[in-house]
Design a protein. Structure first.
Length: 136
């Protein structure tokens, strides 16, 4: 089980299932949404995910729905049309974040030039869709 909350504590996250995968994303869209130089997410099965209260999704990018806390604005979750059965939770809002090391980099070609993450994880130049669908 995964649990978490937004910055102000008004919205709580829960997934009855553990993560299918954990990944970094270097795309500009995820960077802007999280406000971080690289985003990191845990993917969970959509049917096992709940937000309490559910602030409702919004979309600034076609094919992407995102949830933010209605009170403090914290990024809480995202769903991508090409990964419809999965919900992506930013690692920073998950209580068990220390136990969720990323397994891959997505959109690595968009990595900021000054960011130097030295690991041996697989780097997908664009979308990591096949790896994310298989739970690698």
């Amino acid at each position: 089980m995964l649990t978490g909350r937004c910055y102000c504590g008004a919205t709580h996250i829960q997934s009855a299932a553990g993560p299918l995968t954990v990944a970094y994303c270097h795309c500009a869209d995820c960077r802007r949404w999280t406000g971080a130089p690289v985003a990191a997410f845990a993917a969970v099965p959509a049917e096992d995910f709940t937000l309490d209260p559910d602030p409702g999704a919004h979309s600034a990018t076609p094919g992407v729905d995102r949830w933010n806390c209605a009170k403090c604005g914290s990024p809480l979750a995202a769903r991508f049309d090409y990964l419809p059965e999965q919900i992506y939770i930013p690692i920073g809002v998950i209580d068990q974040a220390a136990d969720l090391p990323p397994a891959l980099h997505s959109h690595a070609d968009n990595c900021l030039p000054w960011l130097n993450l030295q690991d041996n994880l697989p780097r997908h130049s664009a979308t990591a869709r096949p790896a994310l669908l298989s739970g690698e």
